[in-house]
Design a protein around this ligand. Sequence first.
Ligand code: WTA
Length: 657
Amino acid sequence: MTEQSPALDNLLTESRTFPPSEAFAAKANATADSYAEANEDREAFWARQAERLHWDTKWSQVLDWSDAPFAKWFVGGKLNVAYNCVDRHVEAGHGDQVAIHWVGEPGDTRDITYAELQREVSRAANGLISLGVTARDRVAIQLQMIPEAIIAMLACARIGAMHSVVFGGFSPSALRQRVDDAQAKIVITSDGQYRRGKAAPMKANVDEALAGAESVEKVLVVRRTGEDDVPWNNGRDLWWHELVEAQSDQHTPEAFDSEHPLYILYTSGTTGKPKGILHTSGGYLTQAAYTHHAVFDHKPGEDVYWCTADIGWVTGHSYIVYGPLANRVTQVVYEGTPNTPHEGRHWEIIQTYKVSLYYTAPTLIRTFMKWGADIPAKYDLSSLRVLGSVGEPINPEAWMWYREHIGGNRCPIVDTWWQTETGSIMISPLPGVTHTKPGSAQRPLPGISAKVVDDAGNEVGKGGGGYLVLDKPWPGMLRGIWGDDERYRETYWSRFSEQGYYFAGDGAKYDADGDVWLLGRVDDVMNVSGHRISTTEVESALVSHPTVAEAAVVGATDPTTGQGIVAFVILRGDVAEDQARGDAAIQELRNHVSKEIGPIAKPRQIMVVPELPKTRSGKIMRRLLRDVAENREIGDVTTLADSSVMDLISSGLKSGS
Ligand code: WTA
């Protein structure tokens, strides 16, 4: 049935559990009763959570699912998302509370209070308005982790414009694809960024991306590295500071419909074209705020929170910007890499700011493990209360290491399963309630329903494995794929259309207690360092190189990144084999993919092969290639059109490399 990575096999034999301490449980935001309360009346539960927000007009209906799979939540309600994340905290007397402790990679810092954030967001909103940006216009943002990134997102939300944040590591052509698909009117970027102690240009890449992009009217450039020779396109380009500083710091937010679009965020699918996942306002903010409150046990004014994600990914959207700020967080935002200038940078920051809630990814935890437990041991991490994990299944070893060496065997770990599409956390332990298990995300949150089903859509029993589905609509769910309703239905709702289930694309299993264990993707999407990359996208990039005739890509188990990209390529007939096989040629191909998509998609390994294993219907059997990539015995080859292909590949690799 579902294919799962052998590295995750150990998940299935794990049986340790860790109950919450009484002291933690006594003060926890979450209670065990919430599950039953939510089960009794799901809509009433979410309506209570929506009361966390300020609504200018109250909704008349909690959920309208009559046009499924297009949901409407809090129908008729009106609110302003940015007002909820900023202004209302100032009005409630918390203007002096620090919203953001920003830490630049070179060591510069900036504390921004809610009152300052309100002024900055208002100025930026006025600046966008002065450029003619109106509600529903798209603004593309490619920025590193600097305060302006958050300010720009909130300024868009404030005026009802949609942001489309593009990860800073994406190539010019990946940025262009997203700008064109969204028809972005404005692009916001910076002159350059600090990365591993060096300033690297950004504006030049954006210029390359935007050459001839017809929808783009203005490019706003934040000055960060202060290079002298920033390429400039007069008439199109404007300095962010020049535009924004000239604006009034007063702006009256307008209330928008609960279903007003908030943002588009692109994610990889099983085809080469990224999907623009569409999120709207009221339901999204409700679930982001509730989950941040319950899953991280966040106490406003007491906790210091730090989510190490980048705003280029959904985790940055929901758990740096929207959920936390709606909950009046004080949070750390760090610009740089975890080993600049030294491998204790995160622990030093936690010690300095007394971070109490820390949310990161398994790939980083495994990297920290590699660097050694003696590094965090040098710092005072006693402020920590809750540790979170997101992005891929966390192996029990990494979970235990995290618990012991970062959490001092004291902090509950929340392994949070969710997706760009779900908008917010869906399956996770609740700190103070759940007896946690290393490697399991455990149970759907109160108000959320998920099941593990077999091929026919029937729920499997305890101990059974299959596909993860979401069987009831939830407030933060995607409202579609930008400009492609058909693809939305096809991708998520056709696999179990009879039952009306949302198909998440993940394999999962119930243990004997009925807890859920996630087992990785079951489709052609790889998960590299917690980033979703489609095999097809990398294959298209490879065949766009003049020496490559055909390519097949698999995600092979990798001890640090979860999966690593391994590509098999067939060279064009007219290319001299020995020449294109050489190290330099392989390096050139790897760089080509990096240039086409971005460094995150650079294959770990490329192997030149004479043939690819295909079924009679022409589908590449990636399972067999994974066996090769992971140095395993080759599995069942009976469905291959030509069963000798695998021998050809294996012997070719032995003699050729
Ligand atoms: C995987 C990131 C196991 C999963 C929020 C999902 C996880 C994809 C977990 C979504 C987890 C995320 N345990 N797998 N705790 N969290 N995933 O859209 O395969 O970047 O489908 O959203 O990451 O990735 P995305």
